[in-house]
Design a protein around this ligand. Structure first.
Ligand SMILES: NC(=O)c1ccc[n+]([C@@H]2O[C@H](COP(=O)([O-])OP(=O)(O)OC[C@H]3O[C@@H](n4cnc5c(N)ncnc54)[C@H](OP(=O)(O)O)[C@@H]3O)[C@@H](O)[C@H]2O)c1
Length: 295
């Protein structure tokens, strides 16, 4: 199988690069700026023509949630129009696209985990641009798998785990929002799942049941504060400094973008359709902290 990834340095793209370095039965191609730019559809078509993939994966996006509030045109240009261009370029070659989307398409008012059939209601520009991207991808390519993920972290890139570790070194106590819940999801686990999904259809060919939205999130829900406490505790177990983490409310930490109070995702469809289940937070967070703090 020849698998082409849009992006190279993002959390998910870089995790896929790590899989690529260990894989001998998949030929990977990666396209990133300046050669491949989501803002230039011709650069996407050329990259796919050059590589001739069997499957395209698109984790590239405009991901700065707060900044999107003041840059809506750019957010929509990347997350809607760029996403459509990738899906359409894949469709032109008759190949499926796996597209990454977000839990921020929901309004957060539901008390239980969200399923794929729940009504959407994005609260900010980022969520709206990603939702429009989902619709554009589905319209542009009948062979689409839209993977909605959440609270992504990795041993690299910009994420909550790395921010908390930096702050524990700089401060004597932390104050972290305790009234927003979500499912922390480890980028290397997303990469592993994407490969498993790709291999499944490669073995049995495309099946219409694959098409549509599928949630892919870690199985354990946390508040940001609960997640922060686990990160601090994990750091302490690896020789770090114990510091208190105080719960605060969203109103104590105002941000330009409104975030859903609950964006936990149920990943039952992922298991039912693709036979994939992500491992518990305890295991993936330990892996991440080992990689970050091993020295
Ligand atoms: N991070 C989260 O917590 C989270 C939560 C839910 C859903 N998601 C979704 O999951 C996906 C992967 O997220 P992530 O955390 O891996 O993202 P990330 O680390 O922020 O990486 C974003 C990627 O997009 C690429 N990109 C940005 N503008 C581009 C352009 N004009 N042309 C080509 N590539 C461009 C970047 O390329 P460069 O390396 O060149 O900068 C980078 O590789 C995204 O679709 C995101 O919306 C993320």
């Amino acid at each position: 199988m020849r698998l082409f990834v849009v992006g190279a340095e993002g959390q998910v793209a870089r995790s896929l690069r790590e899989v690529a370095s260990r894989s001998d039965n998949i030929v990977f191609g990666f396209g990133a700026r300046p050669d491949l730019d989501l803002l230039r559809p011709a650069s996407i078509a050329k990259a796919l023509a050059d590589f001739r993939p069997d499957l395209v994966v698109n984790p590239a996006a405009y991901t700065t949630v707060d900044k999107a509030e003041s840059e809506p045109e750019l957010a929509f240009a990347l997350n809607r129009d760029g996403a459509r261009a990738v899906a359409a370029a894949a469709a032109d070659r008759g190949v499926p696209v796996i597209h990454l989307s977000t839990d921020y398409v929901f309004d957060g008012k539901k008390k239980e985990p969200y399923s794929e059939t729940d009504p959407v209601g994005p609260q900010g520009v980022y969520g709206r641009s990603k939702l429009d991207g989902e619709l554009a991808v589905a319209e542009a390519n009948p062979k689409h798998i839209i993977l909605r993920t959440a609270w992504v972290y990795a041993p690299f890139g910009s994420n909550f785990v790395r921010t908390m570790l930096r702050l524990t070194a700089e401060r004597d106590r932390l104050r972290v929002v305790d009234d927003q819940s979500g499912c922390p999801t480890y980028a290397p686990d997303i990469a592993g799942a994407i490969i498993a999904i790709g291999q499944k259809w490669a073995e049995s060919d495309w099946h219409p049941k694959y098409a549509g939205v599928t949630h892919i999130a870690g199985p354990d829900a946390r508040t940001w504060c609960g997640f922060a406490r686990e990160i601090v505790q994990g750091a302490v177990e690896r020789g770090g400094r114990p510091i208190p983490v105080d719960p605060i409310s969203t109103s104590d930490y105002p941000t330009p973008a409104t975030r859903p109070a609950n964006s936990c995702l149920s990943s039952e469809r992922l298991e039912a359709v693709f036979g994939v289940r992500l491992r518990p937070l305890k295991s993936s967070l330990a892996d991440c902290l080992d990689r970050l703090l091993r020295h």
